[in-house]
Write a protein that binds this ligand. Structure first.
Ligand code: ADP
Length: 544
């Protein structure tokens, strides 16, 4: 072999920090916190504070490989934790506060977290768990001194006093790019959550890919606001991609489900691009509808984490001139897997056809190898019809779970089995139709619960919909539609079913509709079908 004569410098989170502190020193970081309101920092100031944090961590005895956890919303302190912890070779373990308390306790103990950095609003939760977190040496409250409440937790200090006395100059170590940088557990609807351990290399490569024009298309001219939480898959890598390109970063704090707060921040800070799961966009659109306001600065949003209903795309396009880009991924894929940026003229065609195309999950990003495999193990053709499980591999796809060697979800030839069912079109566009565990098989054919749910929320009186399979003597299973009505609106089951006629295949028409006040969700905001099937386990279909 003839080796190339190129330098072998390491792809580390520190390299992003060093580059951004020099080249994008003056780029802005805007942060909303409970104790400081809306604050403005430069990247240079933020990285200096991350340096102070790193020195405080060194003094607390944090070593390379140690896990340091966060339970926090998106703000400047969380950003500093991302860079300060990983920069030392320690692991920034972001915890989802929406998980059940017993899952949070399990995760902290399983990860063997030594320190916990916690937003004040999660303190009551931790006070209940504190006795069962033997390995945690100290809890640091993400606030200034004035906002530290009385607490049963001994030795509670504020973040500002924890870092305050320290210098910003740090003896940063030279890190191996394969060393771990951060850790995020999946929500685990069944069984215990599993930890996905990202490396410096995977994080940097993913940040490059995320910034590409056909990905999130981030540049130094953008103002980007991740509404996806920093506790969930590194906020889709945006805190790294934004620093790489020097985009202004707006971190909206705890009020990420508050349409009014989001609208005001978008307008006042000039946000051009944002990213989040469908639910946050529904909250924003509901506020805009009720208040009659229009988005004047936002150009595009990236929607992922669950299938994006066409109605969201229509609303953003028609009323606000905002482009919706649909993306697919998961904790195990860092998360960027596929993204649906229109490419050809026909894909960019205006109106309903485009929405239909844009509702698909898109093409894989370079770095993600993707294939569809049938239940019998055979590779499926890319014909837009044959479906199977999505399998992926690449430098930012997990190769196993932290501390759970036996729990892998990989094929013997090294592909990660996602548990999602999809088709791939000849143009390479993926269409997710279901989760392996949620498929509805009727008369030997699969019905896509995702497509059916999307069709149902297209009805103006339906706010949210879920479809599960229920046993049927002749067809094995038939779909049951469970729907939540839009406030102040009404539709009967019969009218809804009649409305669906012609919009979906005849044999997909649900066998019945049940209306509920609300649907159960997982900690990452997805429909919780396990809970829903349990709720409807005694349900039987009306006689035909
Ligand atoms: P959790 O921790 O809840 O598993 P993830 O973000 O890892 O959270 O969930 C990933 C799953 O979310 C995917 O496997 C897929 O089922 C679903 N998902 C993500 N994006 C989309 C999308 N655009 N369309 C349909 N499903 C999606």
């Amino acid at each position: 072999m003839l080796n190339g004569l190129m330098m072998d410098t390491q792809l580390t989170v520190n390299s992003i920090r060093d580059f951004a502190s020099q080249v994008h020193a003056a780029s802005e970081l805007v942060s909303v916190t409970g104790d400081g309101g809306v604050q403005h920092f430069s990247y240079a100031e933020s990285f200096a504070r991350a340096g102070q944090l790193a020195n405080a961590l060194l003094q607390a005895g944090i070593l390379a490989g140690d896990r340091v956890a966060t339970l926090a919303w998106n703000d400047h302190r969380h950003f500093e934790l991302y860079y300060g912890i990983s920069g030392l070779g320690a692991v920034c373990h972001t915890i989802n506060p929406r998980l059940f308390p017993e899952q949070i306790q399990y995760i902290i103990n399983h990860a063997e977290d030594r320190l916990l950095f916690v937003d004040p609003q999660f303190l009551p939760l931790l006070e209940k768990l504190a006795d069962n977190l033997a390995g945690v040496e100290q809890i640091i409250l993400l606030s200034d001194d004035a906002h530290v409440p009385d607490s049963s937790i001994p030795g509670l200090v504020s973040y500002e006093s924890f870092i305050g006395a320290h210098s910003a100059a740090v003896p940063w170590p030279e890190l191996d790019e394969r060393s771990a940088s951060s850790l995020c557990y999946t929500s685990g609807t069944t069984g215990n959550p599993k930890g996905v351990l990202y490396s410096h290399r995977s994080t940097v490569l993913h940040a490059y890919a995320g910034a590409l024009p056909d990905s999130l298309n981030l540049s130094g001219r953008d103002v980007v606001m991740p509404i996806v939480p920093m506790f969930h898959v590194n906020a889709w890598g945006i805190p790294y991609s934004a620093a790489m390109v020097g985009a202004k970063l707006v971190l909206p704090g705890a009020r990420m489900g508050d349409g009014k707060a989001l609208y005001q921040l978008i307008e006042s800070e000039g946000v051009t691009v944002s990213a989040g799961v469908p639910t946050v966009w529904l909250a924003l659109l509901a506020y805009l509808q009720a208040s009659g306001q229009t988005l004047t600065r936002l150009q595009r949003i990236i929607v992922g984490g669950a299938a994006c209903p066409v109605s969201i795309m229509e609303d953003f396009r028609e009323r606000h001139g905002v482009q919706v880009i649909h993306a697919w991924g998961m904790t195990e894929t860092s998360p960027l897997g596929t993204i649906n940026t229109p490419r050809s003229a026909s894909e960019a065609e205006p109106g309903p056809l485009r929405d239909k195309l844009q509702a698909l999950q898109g093409r894989p990003v370079f770095g993600v190898d993707l294939r569809i495999v049938a239940a019998d193990g055979n590779l499926q053709p890319r014909d837009g019809k044959a479906s199977g499980e999505v399998q992926v591999r690449g430098p930012w796809i997990c190769s196993g779970y932290f501390g759970r060697e036996s729990a892998t979800s990989h094929t013997t030839d090294g592909w990660f089995k996602t548990g999602d069912i999809a088709t791939l079109s000849p143009a390479g566009i993926m269409h997710i139709t279901d989760r392996v565990k949620d498929v509805i098989k009727s008369g030997g054919e699969w019905i896509s619960s995702i497509d059916l749910e999307n069709a149902a929320v297209g009805h103006p009186a339906i706010r949210e919909a879920a479809v599960i399979g229920v046993p049927h003597p002749r067809w094995t299973e038939r779909p049951l539609l469970i729907a939540v009505l839009e406030a102040g609106k009404n539709v009967s089951a019969a009218d809804l079913l009649a409305w669906l006629e012609g919009r979906i295949a005849r044999w997909w028409i649900p066998a019945d509709v049940q209306f509920v006040a609300e649907l159960p969700h997982t900690a990452t905001g997805k429909l919780n079908k396990v809970a829903l099937r349990e709720q409807f386990k005694d349900y039987s279909l009306p006689p035909e």
